[in-house]
Design a protein around this ligand. Sequence first.
Ligand SMILES: O=C(O)CCC(=O)C(=O)O
Length: 253
Amino acid sequence: MTRNLETARIISLPPDAFYIADFISEDEEKWLLQKVNPYPSAPIPRWTQLSHRRLQTWPSALTKTNTLLDSPLPPWLISPIIEPRFAALGIFDNAPHGAPNHVLVNEYRPGQGIMPHEDGTAYYPLVATVSLGAPIVLDLYAKKHRDQAAMEGSDDSDQVPDSGAKPQFRILQERRSLLITRGLLYTEFLHGIAESRTDEDLGPYSICNWPLLRERDSFHDGWYRRETRTSLTYRDVAKVAKMGGTLKFMGGK
Ligand SMILES: O=C(O)CCC(=O)C(=O)O
């Protein structure tokens, strides 16, 4: 772990979370948004429309056994984010492949979000998220453990918070920022984004990365209207299958 990353630690959170407000420049943000949404249209339609957001999966979706078919990420997802910036900070140094090999691109329009969930064991327990276009609040909920779920009379596999449950922590992700979550925060917490047209109740007591924000002044009213926000979520998939092996498996030569 480099000293640089330590200065970005969100100290009020369980280990570990780091927030860097100015991770990419405005020009890089614009360029990345053009890569995500090429004009007039992408050569290959990359978006999958889900019920509450759009998703791109690079280089491809995982197989049913949570395996990634070995293939490089496109250059625009590598430079300048993985190389040189993640590498300089040593973010993925302890991950199985030493660098991310998988990126999910999520797009949320106002009113859209993602249900509280965990990312699971397919990935090394670290997600590095670059935010583009607009701010959004990520909510964190401690997972319910068996004894607690039993006391409350619910199925012990039911870890989804009751609707209306308050998040335990809230992280405000500004445009052009980097958020890293790993370790206990990855394994013991669910994360989600409310399906809302505004993010409200913003302030030093409710937003755990408040001291690390770039534009605290712009949130001084305590709320903002959502605009379209895109995230690039970088991960390392543990199981990778070489293409040759896969073709043989499928009966090829
Ligand atoms: O867009 C985000 O910041 C969160 C995305 C997310 O939770 C996921 O892709 O699993």
